[in-house]
Design a protein around this ligand. Sequence first.
Ligand code: NAD
Length: 454
Amino acid sequence: MSDYLVRAASRPLLSGLMRALRLPTPVTLNRAEPPFVPEALENQTFYIGQTDNARLGRKIGNVLSSGGAHARTLEDVDTEGSTAHHGLVFDATGMQGADDLSALYLFVNRVARQIAACGRVVILADAPERLDSTEASAAAQAVEGFVRSFAKEVGKFGTTVNGIYVEPGAESRISEPLRFLLSDHSAFIDGQVLTISGAGRAPRSVPTRGTLVDKVAVVTGAARGIGAATARRLASEGAKVVAIDVPDNRDPLENLSQEIGGAALALDITSGQAAAEIGDFCNAQHGGIDVFVHNAAITRDRSLANMSTDEWQSVLAVNLQAVLSIDAELDRRKLLRDHARIVCMSSVAGIAGNRGQTNYAATKAGLMGFVRARSDALRSRGVCYNAVAPGFIETAMTAAMPLPLREAGRRMSSLGQGGYPEDVASVVAFLSTPGAGGLSGNVVRVCGQGLIGA
Ligand code: NAD
């Protein structure tokens, strides 16, 4: 499953013709191969800038240099002129009021034109709701509007723009999220603002290579699509993966498990014994769980007035109630290890709503409420709960959509194309790593800044 316009636009002759015909010409996105490596930014040049009272100090420069990148400033532009570069990082923390936003405007305005295709822009600011002054809070919130709008301007070049809100005490936790957003592992995340919290116990050490070696990861709905890509991606980071899917999918599930050296557990997550079976298996085989990805879901689309009780209840049961029961059982049995990571597969439908999907969208919004509510509960043990909300992803599900709807889903986004299951898997894998310990209660959209729900 791939995008015919992305394929055509990658051929010089055809792309010229497409432009002449005013057809969309989405660029082929730069995607990094797994696994995560520290030198993910090797030989790339980024311009870095900051406001007068920025408080992240040398941390941004350190992330770039440890990733193998070169950092330049506006002073370099003054002496050598602006040259093509891979992107921008701006430290907008410490802003006191709206006047401080001028520094952000001047910096980006000066070097925006020379960002290479598939560049990366990240802007860091204080978390608005954690600031005492109204002026400072308004200025920090303004960054979100800036990020989302600039992303819409440069998306046609495959360039992404994202933000990071840094809560007090979270300064030491910015390195891995910043490196991830600057790298080509985050190719389909665009126009998003993550919040890094300083709360909770930090892991003693954060590996930058083999990030999930010796960790036990469970993925539901792993027989195909995004779940299978996630299981493969977690295994590529070194995790031992327990792949779960319905008994009808036993064959593909076992093939996948063999391929990645994991284990297959064929069960229906809505069955009364599912939570206990998963708990028993993980306890007996591994003694605990480090990563749990709640990915399995179903759709039963119909307008609400025509929706049967079964269509409503079956979607609620798989997509939401099973997640709550499994999580409660694992918690009750204390099977989640310290610093465990729980990732729920939500959807932009849960943010924007979709006609004919009241059941599905309700469950996907419910998962966002679930991770926010749970993120405080086990923070003292360093356990993090996050949701990932994919937009239009090229899977069997979206291939079956009527052509006009499919085209609208693909093109109505800043990047002008659909994502791949591997794009979603990459985000899930990142959220599962020790370096993502500052992220909890976040909903990360992987949608190329789709207009629907973005
Ligand atoms: P898919 O239908 O291809 O795969 C879902 C898997 O879950 C299947 O293998 C299925 O057998 C399994 N499953 C369903 N019910 C189960 C049950 N009761 N017990 C165990 N396993 C069960 O779906 P996908 O497109 O890969 O989507 C994966 C996740 O991403 C879902 O949560 C979906 O809602 C979400 N999502 C997908 C898209 C997209 O564009 N594909 C967009 C937004 C969100």
